[in-house]
Write a protein that binds this ligand. Structure first.
Ligand SMILES: [Zn+2]
Length: 567
């Protein structure tokens, strides 16, 4: 017995040594020959950076860093390209961007090409043809306001794709979906089914479900729809990893993790299959079980997988007409001119949830888009802080799109971190102005300049897979506020490039309580780096066109574009 375990141990040690030998980065590497943006407290741009093993060891002038290297380093010439800290996702849904590997992609331009209900039907029909009757067909990311018909697909529309398969088409917001008749039947939804609290089953004139479900009504799908198979899950995971690293992101984020996904993410990381860092926010049910001691989620190495905030939701999405506004929508979705959306959860219930997690020492992140929802979230944070004062809780207001000045001031006072979904200016800005919010309110969605002037620390995100994770496009939206039509929306809310870069690096790390190890290029921090085709500081108007050439995690190159610097 003893001998066998000793042999096993020996074999394991040999394997570990082999693995270490084959993956270990060179002892010392020096980067020079291009601008190096440290994003440190002084926003220093330096000449050279030295890496030893997986950490940064030297930052400074070419002479200083070469002296540190003492002739024993591999030297990488940046050839004029720029070196920055790897981007950190403040809020997304990793590995959600990989779903296109298995689901029908219904994205509209400029992301995809689905611009009519006929196109939705064709794409779903093609996917159905690949599957035996009775199997679910899933489509992802249609956008009703970018379809020629300007409406959601009904069950009759989706029946044109197949009556032999249950079909679900997800709205780009993730807060609504459309089902065909067979899917409605599988879920047992009919005219007699009541709307769940915080959700809506849209109906036709006869009161029967028309196919569209909103907000908490989506929970009716859980359990009825099979989870992706192991093979599909792997395909999703691989595709998401590829896309994330190609975007220069070194710390990804899962901002609403199911209980069943917590352990696999840690296993994948420990098995060496997750070549990036990950911050995981358990969704409310999962966090409740962790709080009650029924579920364990203690990742052993927080520098690889970190347990972050509990994620709660207070409302829906503006472009789905489910965000909760204080004043009515500009063009109402139905006959009611006073329609303002609604809260997903009663304010008392939200306050109670927030209080419980706050008291237990958790960081709390709450999704809030509409200004009425933001009021309720801040009420809940304030009541919790009053009952159990806690310094540096870093509670996060996720999206914060319609935050008013008085709400930003309140966030500053309460130490709340707004994480803005500023890409809405680019992707939905024209429609916010013309349809959802009208010119005045649209001009000040994601009020970054106001936040900056108040001295608020904030982060920026893409909510991927709602839109692709492209940190440089995020920076461009913050700096230029151009919409897809080329119009400038709310120029007074533009911020500078340096500040926008900070919001996707150092301040995103800080939001995740990870600032001691990532987010800036400083000695002692992990060597998470991205090489860009040029410095974003040079040409703010062209930031979105900058290419990611190489991504490095812990000193190891994990992505290299074909046209990358010769190494
Ligand atoms: Zn989200």
């Amino acid at each position: 017995m003893r001998l066998r375990s000793a042999l096993a141990l020996g074999a394991a040690a040999a394997l570990a040594a082999l693995a270490a030998w084959s993956t270990w980065p060179p002892a010392r590497t020096v980067y020079l020959g291009g601008p190096i943006l440290t994003i440190d407290a002084a926003d220093r741009v330096v000449e050279a950076l030295g890496v030893e093993g997986e950490r940064i060891a030297a930052v400074g002038s070419r002479d200083e860093v070469l002296a540190w290297a003492a002739g024993r380093a591999q030297v990488v010439d940046l050839a004029g390209h720029a070196l920055l800290p790897g981007f950190i996702d403040a809020h997304g849904h990793f590995p959600g961007s990989g779903v296109t590997a298995v689901y029908a992609d219904l994205s509209p331009p400029p992301i995809g090409d689905v611009a009519s209900l006929d196109a939705v039907v064709l794409r779903l029909r093609a996917r159905a043809a690949e599957k035996p009757p009775g199997e679910w067909v899933v489509g992802w990311s249609y956008d009703d306001t970018l379809l020629a018909e300007r409406r959601h697909p009904t069950r009759q529309d989706l029946d044109r794709a197949s009556t032999a398969h249950p079909i679900v088409a997800w709205h780009v917001s993730g807060h609504l979906c459309a089902l065909n008749s067979q899917a409605l039947a599988k879920l047992g939804l009919d005219a007699a089914t009541p709307d769940p609290p915080g959700g809506r089953i849209r109906r036709d004139a006869a009161g029967a479900p028309d196919g569209v479900l909103e907000e908490t009504a989506l929970e009716l799908l859980r359990g009825a729809m099979p989870q992706p198979s192991l093979r599909e899950s792997w395909a999703i995971f691989r595709e998401a990893t590829r896309r994330t690293l190609a975007a220069g992101v070194t710390t990804a984020q899962n901002g609403y993790a199911e209980a069943a996904h917590l352990a696999p993410l840690v296993w994948l990381s420990r098995a060496g299959l997750l070549p990036l860092r990950l911050v995981v926010w358990p969704r409310e049910e999962a966090a409740e079980r962790i709080l009650a001691g029924e579920l364990a989620f203690d990742p052993p190495d927080p520098e690889r997988v970190r347990r972050g905030a509990v994620k709660l939701l207070a409302d829906g999405s503006i472009q789905g007409y489910t965000a909760y506004l204080r004043e009515p929508y500009f063009v109402p979705p139905g006959d009611d001119p006073g329609y303002r959306g609604w809260p997903r959860i009663a304010p008392e219930a939200l306050a109670e949830q927030v209080l419980r997690f706050h008291r237990a020492g958790w960081q709390i992140a709450v999704h809030g888009n509409g200004d009425a929802a933001i009021d309720e979230i801040l009420d809940a944070f304030e009541a919790a802080q009053r009952a159990f004062p806690r310094v540096d809780a870093r509670h996060v207001l996720v999206h914060a799109q319609m935050a008013r000045d008085d709400q930003l001031e309140r966030m500053r006072r309460l130490g709340v971190v707004p994480s803005f979904f500023v890409l809405h200016v680019y992707y939905w800005g024209d429609r916010h102005r013309e349809i959802f919010l009208g010119p005045q309110r649209a001009a000040r969605i994601s009020p970054l300049r106001s936040a900056e002037e108040l001295g608020l620390r904030f982060t920026l995100h893409a909510d991927t897979p709602v839109v692709p994770l492209e940190p440089l496009r995020i920076v461009s939206a913050a700096v230029n506020r151009r919409t897809t039509s080329g119009a400038v929306l709310g120029p007074e809310q533009r911020i500078g490039v340096a500040r926008a870069l900070r919001a996707v690096t150092a301040d995103a790390a800080w939001q995740h309580f990870a600032e001691a190890s990532v987010g800036s290029l400083e000695p002692g921090k992990l060597a998470d780096l991205v090489i860009l085709s040029r410095s974003p500081l040079d040409d703010p108007a062209g930031v979105a066109e900058i290419r990611v050439l190489e991504t490095i995690v812990g000193g190891k190159s994990v992505f290299r574009a074909d046209a990358g610097p010769a190494r």
